[in-house]
Design a protein around this ligand. Structure first.
Ligand code: GDP
Ligand code: MG
Length: 652
């Protein structure tokens, strides 16, 4: 490796017109750090890249989306070739899906003076890391990692492989290589391989923090490329998408103008526009053309090309210019996404703190303290469910108070009853007439008897039993699910305690439900006795009659007097009964499903303190201790990241 990007980049920073004449000699090291542009680089670019790097090295990548550049494109469009040329590192290549896991290529430029020609490679995946001594080790190491993560064959995996390269010969960039979009599954590929790959790609490119490089062969119709469509779908305004045309040497004669118009953003315009590069073709590889020579060849290709020369002059062609452009884009992007990153970080920090608090501090080891710990846990639970009973519970357990929901159910029950008792006299009258017509015995017309009255009353009230039982069921569900949530959130970390609490609770809810059900059923049995206090009944009847003479139209007056009389009686009695049930059923439901049920739980919880073995009850789920550790580590990471970020923001 001897090509040197910072020099090459500083070359191109000059007027574009110079390019043709400038000597791109790769070994020259005369243009060193003294150039003003390099200073600009050290002052502006470096700190940004370092910021993201130090965030990365804190490991916050797991927690936050850091700015990155993802390379996407159809299979064989030249993605790996572009990455290779940018990084100076040979990556696995071949036919079919070669990239089967996201490969994060972290390129870190070492300053040449201090480090000479050092090269450090570090491959990490799935908690393993492997030091690489030489670029030639990369290909096998990546292939091996892919087999570990995605298996043999042609499947893909979402697990990331990270390849970190430090060298004086690479630009400061982080790039992500993704599997190419396959149009059809071949032999041993999963049938839905296209969808799998697209899902994976989308996961990366839809992040606001990712710049997408869409690689399209210049000899293809750009309008048909899947990758560009995918990118524009997740990046509607095209702010984060840069088009890269490859294989300019394979463009058909006569098609050059189309290519030029594409690069000049006149075919499918992108905010960030396009660049064009030429990488090693198959023949170059067969000829073992090394990456440095390939760059020379690329530059010569553009400089000597009768059509594409203009693109080089405009600074839109060649790998080194692309590298420069990308570094610039990345820096801009980092600066732009900083506020977002900070917001993300704050949110995550809050959530982590909250999660950690929910897990608690863990169980003390001392016997006596352990007992106290259990007592505290149980008391906290009992307080929480007492809150439900008193309609004072913490609203974090659901969107509405349990009692609010119950009250709504009760109001609903009243509505059901009202529609019964408010049945107009007119409909009741029709019913009486119908009843008399079909069931009349040997009596003469006009003798509507008490039996008829009783039968109609019983029928109507009987119809209310099912809605009453449904009310009981709905309220039970409301209370029980809330209690369940509370118990879960309090005892989550202790599976034994959770079990010990939940078993009896399940019994209690059934027991209380049954009792309430029996009471409601027996209430309806009692209602088959037609009864009301004489004075109440007479009072109600008087009201009904008074109202009826005022409200009712002519139609009622045409009904026979006895039928009218009967309708009045029915309305009166139904009103009284419905009023009785409007109170009675909710009272039963509330008594059993709220008061009794919750008291029973509270007593059982208290009983656990004395009787059981706290040691056993408080044995933590093995996962919880690990989770607590993870959360604590994350918290530390995020805090450090917060410091790094705010330091950067204030110094900028
Ligand atoms: P990927 O599947 O998108 O990673 O594509 P590769 O980078 O593996 O490239 C596919 C094929 O195109 C390989 O044989 C490359 O050598 C070839 N290729 C890539 N870029 C160019 C180019 O600029 N010119 C020519 N002629 N061939 C290229
Ligand atoms: Mg590839």
């Amino acid at each position: 490796m001897s090509h040197h990007y910072s020099q090459r980049i500083s070359h191109h920073r000059g007027a574009a017109g110079e390019l043709q004449s400038s000597d791109m000699s790769l070994s020259s090291s005369s243009k060193g750090k003294s150039s003003g542009l390099n200073q600009h680089y050290e002052e502006k670019v470096r700190p940004c890249i370092d910021l993201v790097d130090s965030l990365r090295s804190l490991g916050v990548e797991k927690d936050l989306n850091l700015p990155a550049i993802a390379v996407i494109g159809d299979q064989s469009s030249g993605k790996s070739s572009v990455l290779e040329a940018l990084s100076g590192v040979a990556l696995p290549r071949g036919i079919g899906i070669v990239t089967r896991c996201p490969l994060v290529l972290k390129l870190k430029k070492l300053s040449k003076d201090k480090n000479g020609h050092q090269w450090h490679g570090l491959l990490s995946y799935d908690k393993q890391t492997k030091k690489l001594k030489d670029p030639s080790e990369i290909e096998d190491a990546v292939l091996h990692a892919q087999i570990v993560l995605a298996g043999k064959g042609e499947g893909i995996s979402h697990e990331m492989i990270t390849l970190e390269i430090q060298s004086s010969d690479v630009p400061d960039l982080t790039l992500i290589d993704l599997p190419g979009i396959a149009r059809v599954a071949t032999g041993n590929q999963p049938k839905d391989i296209e969808k799998q790959i697209k899902d994976l790609i989308e996961k990366f490119i839809k992040k606001q923090e990712t710049i997408s490089l869409v690689v399209v062969p210049a000899n293809m119709d750009i309008a048909t490329t899947e990758a560009l469509q995918m990118a524009s779908k997740v990046d509607l305004t095209g702010q984060r998408t840069l088009g890269i045309l490859t294989k300019p040497d394979l463009v058909d004669k006569g098609m050059e103008d189309t290519v030029i118009r594409t690069v000049n953003n006149q075919v499918i315009p992108l905010k960030k526009g396009y660049m064009i590069v030429k990488c090693r073709g198959q023949q170059d590889i067969n000829d073992k053309l090394d990456l440095v020579k390939a760059l020379e060849k690329e530059r010569r290709f553009f400089a000597e090309h009768s059509h594409f020369r203009s693109l080089l002059e405009e600074g839109k062609a060649t790998i080194p210019l692309l590298a420069e452009r990308l570094t610039k884009e990345l820096v801009e992007h980092i600066t732009k996404t900083l506020p977002q990153l900070q917001k993300q970080l704050e949110k995550k920090l809050e959530k982590t703190t909250e999660d950690l608090r929910a897990l608690g501090d863990g169980v003390p080891t001392d016997e006596q303290e352990k007992n106290n710990f259990l007592i505290t846990k149980i008391r906290q639970l009992n307080d929480a469910i007492e809150g439900v009973k008193r309609a004072e519970e913490d609203l974090k357990y659901s969107d509405k108070r349990v009692f609010t929901k119950i009250r709504e159910e009760f109001a609903n029950w009243k509505l059901v009853l009202d529609t019964k008792s408010i049945k107009t006299e007119e409909t009741l009258r029709d019913e009486v007439q119908e009843y008399v017509r079909t069931r009349r015995g040997k009596e003469l017309p006009g003798f509507v008897n008490y039996r008829t009255f009783e039968n109609i009353v019983k029928k109507h009230i009987g119809e209310l039993e099912a809605p009453a039982l449904k009310l009981l069921k709905d309220v039970t569900e409301i209370v029980h699910s809330c209690v369940d949530r509370i118990v879960n959130s309090h005892f989550n970390a202790f599976p034994h305690l959770l079990r010990a609490a939940k078993d009896p609770i399940e019994d209690f809810v059934n027991e209380q439900f049954q009792r309430a059900e029996e009471k409601i059923q027996s209430q309806f049995k009692m209602e088959r006795i037609v009864y009301a206090q004489d004075s109440l009944y007479s009072h109600q009847l008087k009201n009904v009659k008074l109202k009826s003479s005022k409200d009712c139209g002519l139609s009622l007056q045409f009904a026979s007097a006895d039928v009218r009389e009967m309708a009045h009686h029915l309305t009166s009695y139904l009103t009284i009964t419905c009023n009785r049930l409007a109170n009675q059923v909710p009272l039963i439901v509330q008594y059993h499903m709220l008061d009794q049920y919750i008291s029973q739980i509270q007593n059982a919880m208290l009983a656990m303190i004395g009787g059981n073995n706290p040691e056993m009850l408080l044995r933590e789920d093995s996962g919880v201790a690990g989770k607590r550790k993870d959360l604590k580590e994350r918290l530390e990471r995020l805090k450090s990241a917060g410091k790094v970020l705010s330091k950067f923001v204030y110094s900028a």
